[in-house]
Every structure is written in C-alpha cells, then in structure tokens.
Design a protein around this ligand. Structure first.
Ligand code: GLY
Length: 459
C-alpha cells in the first residue's frame, strides 16, 4: 500500500475528470473453487486497489462528486471471521490509512445510489459484481454489462496508463521475481525433465517471494500454441521450450517475460536462424519505441523484420510492403506485438481492450494478425508495455492458408514442410516509455541471444 496522500490525490484527479454524478467502484468478493469455504486466492479489483488501496473482500467505494462526499462500504469482521481467518484493524482504521473518513455497512450501498444523480460504474467481469449491480439498479445482468460508464472508464484508463515513480518501483520488484523465475526455467531445461516440474518450480518461486504468478504460466515444447498451459510433456533433446511467465508482486504489479530455450542448451542452426530473427524483431522494436510514435507502427515494423528474415531463409518471398499490406507475416506471428502492463498483466483489459489500446485517432485493424494487437495508440512517457514478437509454425494454419490459397504470392508453402515439428519462438521484454525513448522496466535483462541462453542453461 502507498501512503494515503497518493490515494487522495488519485481520487481528486478522478473527481475532476468525471466532473459530476455518483461514482461507484466495486471491490471483489471471494470466489469459491468447489465449495463455499474453499476459495481461490483472493485478488482485489485493480481499479479498486488503485484508488482505494484496500485488498480485503466485499468492499465498495462511492464518490458523490456534486456533494463532495466519499464513502467506504463494508462490514466489520464477525467473531467467526476472527476465529477462523484472524483479526484485522477495524475498517474505520483501515479506511483512514487511505484517507477515507466515512465507513458505512455494505447494506447501505442501495440507499446511497438512490439519488437522482447519474451512477458511473465500470464494466463488471465477475458474476458476483454483475449480480450486485443487477439488484441495485433493477436491471437484467445483460444490461449491466453494457450500461457501464464510458466516461469513468476513459478517465481511469487515462490515469492508470501513465505509471508514477512509486508504481515503477513495484513494477521493477515484479520484474526481479520474473527474472529469477526465468533463470530457474533455463537452468532446468534439460532432457528428461518434465514441463510440469519446471512450471511448478517457477510458480513456487513466485509464491515463495510472497507473490504469485501474474497469469497462468505458459511453458511447453509446443510453443506454436500461443497460450499453452499444458505442461504434460517431458523435455526431449533437439526441441525448444517456450516459457512465458511473470510474477505479480505483493502490491499487485505485474511482470511478463518470454524466453525460448533449446533443451539441454544447444540450439541447432535451424533454431538459431529463427531465434535470431525474433531477437532482431525484439531489439528493433525496443529501439523504435518512443513518445509520439504509434505502437501500431512498431508492430508493423516487427512484421517487416519477421517477413524479411524468413525471406532470407527462403520461407517467404515477394515485396515487403505488399506482403505487409496483405497481412502475410501473420501466418508466422498471428498475435500482436504487446500490451499495456501494470496492476494487470494485460493492463485494464477488463475495462475494454480497445478503449485501453486505441482512440479516435488510432483505430484497431481488422486484418488477421494486426487485429490481435491489443495496444496500437501513440506512446507517451510513463506507458509500460510488453514487447513480444514471435515466429510460430502452426501446421493447421499453414495447411489452411495453402488450401485456401491465402497469400500464396508471399509464402513458400513447400519449404514450410520442414518446419511442421519446429514449434515456436517468442521473446518478450517489458519496457517503460521515457521522455526520449524507452528502457527496460527491470533493467537487468534476461539472456536473450542464443549464446547467452546456452550459457545460462549450462551455468
Ligand atoms: N504473456 C502472456 C500474454 O501476454 O498473453
């Protein structure tokens, strides 16, 4: 938790930005796994944490802008809560730590919102909060999902996208744990070791730091499946292990890195050739990212590097600009270059991916590959983003394009037969946009060249 002035200032800025109405932030409740008392680890809502700073379940915050009043709604612990889960300072004392004076029982929420003022709420993503809003507003759950306040959403996105110095310290902390997780994964990347064991070790490492993973670990020899959470493989010589993993630190800030390691630490020439193209796409993207240029253009440049690198290997052909306009590189990289990161690993995606990543000037593309870019708009100092180019060989996608004669003028389909069992390579770093360019959030960089990774595996 930060000091209370930070939360007071944030709420003041939000108030000035939204200007009128009643603003509601709903915290999260517990979510049960298989019976009521067996819950998933509690995760507070990120906007609630950003403005209210309290990470216990079943809280709500109301800001009555016109009357300049704010309320925390929640219930004090019962004696049963204390016996089973332990004691906490009173809610009033905890509210005081974030600069909120008035605390009311949660049941008072319905009374507070029956004013004629416009109620601003965020799009809920948990059923509990959808049901609370549905009951409060007398609307069907479907209407709740569409009736959220775009004004409040945009005001929050604007603030949360620019990371403050105290947030950067948290992001660096998450980066430090993420770095350690990847070094362990590299060292364990030996023939005969199970993917499960490595995934378990690195997730355990995050937990041992008092933190947790920022998203379910992606770790597999089948790196061509972009979000592969199946860890049932046993590492085989000659294969690659793609590991995409990060930590969420105690204050909920995320890291997200990817490295692709040769099992046993020896890349074949074929693997090195593809790895080198992805590393160039990563390095060129980091060199390009700076204020005022669009992330969409950085993504396009990464596609250029991928297309031209594969052309040098004989896998693609033809004119670069024409291939880029036709979306040909998406056969090999069917995802976006990166996303905003902060209190959520895909920052604020619950508020609407397009609202976060695009605006009136920079619109989302519809073409396969380009459309998956989560963040395309102009970069500003304080933005924190992932940069994660990749090259994958997805046999089903290659077969589909070949059968449907998609981009045949740019792809040497016959040569791709030799790559059906290749898997995929992704490399990912996290960057902060600065006044003149960008820097890595956690400045110690993970091994990234094949030589550096080989050394890390063998050290
Ligand atoms: N690193 C996982 C993702 O960005 O979706």
């Amino acid at each position: 938790m930060f000091n209370k002035e930070i939360y007071i200032e944030r709420r003041e800025e939000l108030k000035k930005s939204v200007k009128s109405g009643l603003l509601l932030l709903l915290g999260n409740g517990e979510a049960s796994v298989n019976y009521a008392d067996n819950a998933y680890a509690f995760r507070q809502d990120s906007s609630f944490i950003y403005y209210v700073g309290l990470d216990t379940p079943n809280l709500a915050y109301i800001l009555d802008i016109e009357n300049d009043k704010e309320y925390l709604l929640g219930d004090e612990l019962t004696i049963d809560d204390i016996i089973w889960m332990g004691n906490l300072p009173s809610l009033k004392d905890r509210a005081a730590k974030v600069g909120i004076e008035t605390v009311l029982p949660f049941s008072q929420l319905s009374k507070l919102i029956t004013t004629p003022q416009k109620l601003h709420y965020l799009k809920p993503y948990r059923y509990r909060n959808i049901l609370i809003l549905s009951e409060l507003l007398g609307e069907k759950p479907d209407a709740i999902a569409t009736g959220f306040s775009v004004e409040l959403t945009k005001a929050i996105i604007k603030m949360r996208l620019i990371k403050s110095p105290e947030e950067l310290i948290e992001l660096e902390d998450a980066g430090e744990t993420g770095y350690a997780m990847h070094i362990v994964a590299m060292k364990m990347c030996q023939p005969g070791v199970s993917e499960r064991e490595i995934a378990g070790m690195i997730e355990g490492l995050a937990i041992s730091k008092g933190t947790r993973v920022s998203f379910p670990t992606i770790l597999s020899m089948n790196g061509q499946t972009l979000h592969n959470h199946d860890h049932s493989g046993i590492l085989e010589p000659g294969r690659l292990m793609l590991c995409d993993a990060g930590a969420e630190n105690v204050n909920y800030y995320a890291s997200d890195f990817t490295r692709t390691t040769a099992v046993g630490g020896e890349y074949s020439q074929k693997q090195k050739d593809i790895h080198n193209i992805v590393a160039k796409a990563l390095n060129d993207s980091i060199a390009l990212a700076k204020p005022r240029i669009t992330y969409k253009s950085v993504h396009r440049n990464a596609y250029k590097v991928v297309f031209e690198g594969l052309r040098d290997l004989g896998l693609t052909k033809g004119d670069t600009e024409e291939a880029l306009n036709a979306g040909a590189p998406a056969l090999f990289m069917p995802h976006g270059l990166g996303h905003a990161m902060g209190l959520d690993v895909h920052d604020m995606e619950n508020l609407g991916e397009t609202l976060v990543g695009y605006d009136d000037e920079i619109q989302r593309d519809t073409l396969f590959g380009y459309k998956s870019l989560r963040f395309g708009k102009r970069l500003e100092p304080g933005h924190v983003l992932t940069v994660e180019p990749g090259i994958y060989f997805v046999p089903q996608l290659i077969d589909k394009w070949k059968a449907e004669k998609i981009n045949t003028e740019f792809i040497n389909f016959d040569k791709l037969k030799d790559y059906y069992d290749f898997g995929g390579i992704r490399l990912e770093d996290d960057i902060l946009i600065t006044e003149n360019g960008c820097r890595l959030v956690y400045e110690k960089r993970l091994p990234v060249t094949t030589e550096e990774i080989e050394k890390a595996v063998k050290s």
